[in-house]
Unconditional design. Structure first.
Length: 302
């Protein structure tokens, strides 16, 4: 009987392993993690407080590339570039980020500076407020859950995010008056559409402004860069594809495979118990038949 229970036990343990071991592995950032997204930007810019505004259409490019990895942490080179149509650089920022592979939080003891909050949204996602700190901005962003909606047939969580008085002087240091005369501070707000099971951002938009700041009084002198960013159609489609594939993979390991294994395991268990029950029921009948046969043999003997 014990031997007959071993096989269903194997299936039950395999179901538990799929749910509680393989699923977290699927949620963990891979050792070769890399991602590239593009934003279409409508931009107004001037290089001095009294300068004439120039209206341009720009392309922003964010690149994430894993450089090294351990079982728990991953070091990511995260960069953001903003280009004019001519190819000339408008803005750039970047750095090394140490990230926990499972929670996707920034690790303060890693990277080129101490950072907190999430580098990427976690998987699974909760309906709450997160602090994000990634290459999109040089400092932290506050992303608050707002509502759910369907995006191209995919359920997404929608977050409203904001950045307040970020010092982006280093990123604008190519301008003639920065940092010699002014600092550069940025304020912005936007919306993030996130697939909740994978934590992948599938759509993005933001708007904001950078301003010249008097370093002595810390007062705003004038805005010099205003923008509206959205994912390009190609990036939006690519991110939706990544999110759908990741969601299916995680749900297959979390629900689909364990359900199949449990069904097989319980089926084998029920068949084993049923077989044992009928074997036990038939055993007394066999004994009674033998007893009758012995009595008949004695009665027939001379």
């Amino acid at each position: 009987m014990i031997k007959k229970l071993l096989l269903p036990l194997v299936f039950l343990l395999a179901a538990a392993a799929s749910r509680f071991w393989f699923t977290p592995l699927a949620e963990r950032l891979p050792a070769d993690y890399a991602n590239e997204v593009f934003y279409a930007q409508e931009n107004q810019f001037r290089d001095s407080p009294g300068g004439e505004w120039q209206v341009s259409k720009l392309i922003a490019r964010r690149v994430d590339q894993a450089l090294s990895v351990t079982s728990q942490a991953i070091i990511i080179q995260g960069d953001l570039y903003i280009y004019y149509d001519s190819g000339d650089l408008s803005f750039q920022t970047g750095g090394l980020y140490g990230v926990d592979r499972l929670s996707r939080q920034n690790l303060p003891s890693y990277g080129n500076e101490k950072r907190s909050g999430q580098y990427l949204f976690p998987a699974p996602l909760a309906k709450m407020t997160y602090i994000l700190w990634d290459p999109s901005y040089i400092g932290p962003q506050t992303a608050a859950f707002d509502h759910t909606e369907m995006l191209d047939g995919l359920l997404v969580y929608v977050f409203a995010f904001s950045v307040v008085e970020l010092n982006e002087t280093d990123g604008y240091s190519y301008l003639p008056n920065i940092p010699e005369r002014y600092l550069a501070h940025t304020n912005a707000q936007g919306i993030l559409w996130v697939e909740p099971r994978s934590g992948i951002i599938v759509n993005y938009q933001d708007q904001g402004a950078s301003s010249f700041i008097d370093p002595t009084s810390e007062e705003q002198v004038a805005e010099f860069n205003k923008w509206v960013n959205v994912f390009t159609p190609e990036t939006r489609a690519a991110q939706l594809g990544l999110a759908r594939a990741a969601r299916l993979r995680i749900l297959a390991l979390e629900i689909g495979l364990p359900a199949v294994l449990l069904l097989i395991g319980f089926s084998i268990l029920l068949m084993s118990l049923r077989g044992a029950f009928f074997a036990t029921k038939q055993s007394p009948l066999s004994a009674r038949r033998l007893l009758r046969s012995a009595r008949n043999d004695r009665s027939e003997s001379p």
